[in-house]
Design a binder for this molecule. Structure first.
Ligand SMILES: *Cc1c(COP(=O)(O)O)cnc(C)c1O
Ligand SMILES: [Zn+2]
Length: 564
């Protein structure tokens, strides 16, 4: 399959258009919830018979993922996690058909790796270089890893309850961490304001396309794995159970099963069990009150911060509709029960999971005991994340360094909110924004003129660890010169061997132009320089680095020598 066609459809006005660029809102009515629609028949043909040989990642389902070109895939082996039958818990509960979908076995040990892989691949495909995300921890960790691999600069806004260990891991990847002294819901708003103000791409979580589409792969895998076990090709379970915060997982998983159903590969769509921690259970409470729109938990309590979405918005309305139409349950469990389940499953099954994941298991136990789940029903529980083993001592200094700034920002944000009573829609100039601006104290513009995309990306990613650079790129000499004339950068990083106007000629022109001749130039080249070459460069460039044999520090040293 060379070209792939799929469509987006607006939830509000039903407009359908082919997906070609990264749409976020409906071009007709501005609604911000779009669904993706695929050519299912074609995919069904190949999935029926040819899936076995494919790669053991989410990308085996490429036809139904919203990436146009395989070459943009950013993968670290996410997905195709084991479906483990319960060895002892099931026997204890008198229930023989319990399976654990072991999502701990992703590259960063939570099921957010699926989302990160697809989201970052899509950003790569649409040439987006900087991203803002709000997170209770795991999304930030996973996005950080995939962004680091891709050379995308990430700004992660974390609420103040995110455990130290998780912040530390995010920092390790080189992500810019902004800790907001407030709830997760408020943190999301701050991140959105920041992204809007800076003109940066914002990950919209459940409203974005990547997250829901990525979570479908959990359904595809479960059906494929259950089918293999029973030798029937594809098979759906009776229940899918998950600990829920924003609701991405179950909404995406449902869509996955629905697509398999529409492809004729499975015969029924499983019931969804939405499990929430009692300290923040707006969906469960709203459902039991019969509300169509979720109530909001203003200040989540309990200690399972990963699940602290107090305002689930349209995700609740969607899940309620699905549960009413296809069956399912909304269940809440006390933290005590979750910790008990955590210990129990570690001891009975050998699965050590993070408290958020244990919420699902506590829900499972409760539902089996209360006979919401029948003994002959097949149940799949998402073990969504690992207890994270972090090398405390090694990483401690790193977080301390970045924390000094983070803590200061906190103070500004809090002051800003208290002292400037501005309406929500307006961004307070003083306080919050000044604080955010301080974060973005980029002072120098650097132009990279380099024809090899990989070399350009490498330079960009080395540089963007330092917040203080604005980076511009040009892919040949002519457009490089144009860029220099337009931006008047503080520094040019110049390749020598380029088609058309080469680096020497670019340098000649810079030096011949009175308005440009003072811009410092650092040459980064793979060329074996001759004596004649050296003479052409002598006295006209600040330094010379040999491609493939300089370390980050040397580059920074050269740059600092010029700029500081
Ligand atoms: C994100 C997360 C959840 C909740 O995900 P939803 O967005 O509500 O589907 C549950 N467990 C873990 C470990 C998570 O990281
Ligand atoms: Zn619309």
């Amino acid at each position: 399959m060379s070209t792939k066609t799929f469509y987006y459809r607006c939830r509000n006005c039903s407009l359908i258009r082919p997906f070609t660029g990264l749409v976020e809102v409906c071009p007709e009515c501005g609604h911000d919830w779009l669904d993706l629609v695929y050519e299912l028949d074609e995919a069904a043909q190949s999935w029926r018979y040819q899936l076995q040989q494919r790669e053991p990642t989410i990308w085996r389902y490429f036809e139904l993922l919203p990436l146009l070109d395989r070459k943009n895939i950013v993968s670290m082996g996410e997905g195709w996690t084991p479906l483990l039958p319960s060895e002892n818990l099931g026997a204890m509960l008198g229930h023989r058909r319990i399976f654990f979908k072991d999502e701990r076995q992703g590259p960063t040990a939570s099921f957010k790796d699926r989302q990160a892989s697809l989201a970052i691949s899509m950003l790569k495909e649409h040439n987006i270089k900087e991203l803002v995300v709000a997170s209770t921890g795991n999304v930030a960790i996973s996005y950080s890893a995939y962004c680091a691999r891709t050379g995308i600069k990430l700004w992660a806004f974390l609420d103040s309850n995110v455990p130290h260990e998780k912040m530390r891991e995010v920092t390790l990847y080189g992500t810019e961490v902004i800790k907001v002294s407030s709830t997760y819901d408020r943190t999301k708003q701050v991140a959105a304001e920041f992204a809007h103000h800076r003109g940066l791409f914002l990950d919209r979580g459940i409203k974005g396309l990547a997250a829901r589409e990525a979570m479908k792969t959990i359904a595809f895998e479960i059906a494929e794995q259950l089918g293999r076990r029973s030798g029937t090709g594809w098979q759906s379970p009776d229940w899918y159970i998950q600990a829920v915060s924003g609701g991405l997982g179950p909404i995406g998983v449902w869509k996955g099963f629905k697509e398999l159903f529409d492809m004729g590969l499975i015969r029924k769509i499983p019931k969804l069990a939405i499990i929430q921690a009692a300290g923040c259970a707006p969906m469960v409470d709203s459902f039991h009150k019969g509300l169509e729109v979720s109530e909001i938990v203003q200040s989540p309590t309990g200690i399972i911060n990963v699940l602290a979405t107090g305002n689930p918005g349209p995700a609740y309305t969607e899940l309620r509709r699905l549960v009413l139409q296809y069956g399912g349950a909304f269940v809440k469990v006390e933290d005590e029960a979750s910790f008990k389940a955590m210990r129990m499953i570690a001891q009975l099954e050998g699965l050590s999971m993070e408290p958020a994941a244990a919420v699902a298991c506590a829900g499972l136990i409760k539902m089996v005991q209360e006979q919401v789940i029948q003994p002959d029903e097949t149940v799949v529980v998402n073990v969504s994340g690992h207890t994270f083993p972090v090398e405390k001592q090694i990483l401690e200094s790193e977080i301390v360094r970045s924390h000094t700034r983070v803590q200061q920002l906190d103070r500004h944000i809090v002051e800003g909110e208290e002292s400037v009573p501005t309406p929500r829609s307006e961004i307070p100039r003083e306080g919050l924004l000044t604080a955010l601006e301080r974060l973005d104290d980029r002072v120098h513009d650097i132009a990279i003129i380099e024809d090899e995309p990989d070399a350009r990306t490498l330079l960009r990613r080395i540089l963007q660890y330092q917040r203080k650079y604005n980076i511009y790129e040009a892919e040949d000499g002519a457009s490089g010169l144009e860029l220099i004339r337009e931006k008047h950068p503080d520094l040019v990083l110049l390749d020598l061997m380029m088609p058309g106007l080469d680096g020497f000629q670019v340098l000649d022109q810079i030096k011949a132009d009175k308005t440009l001749q003072n811009i410092p130039v650092i040459v980064i080249t793979a060329k074996d320089l001759t004596q004649a070459d050296y003479r052409r460069l002598a006295g006209r460039v600040e330094s010379l680095l040999q491609k493939g044999s300089f370390m980050e520090e040397e580059l920074f040293q050269s740059i600092n020598d010029v700029l500081e």
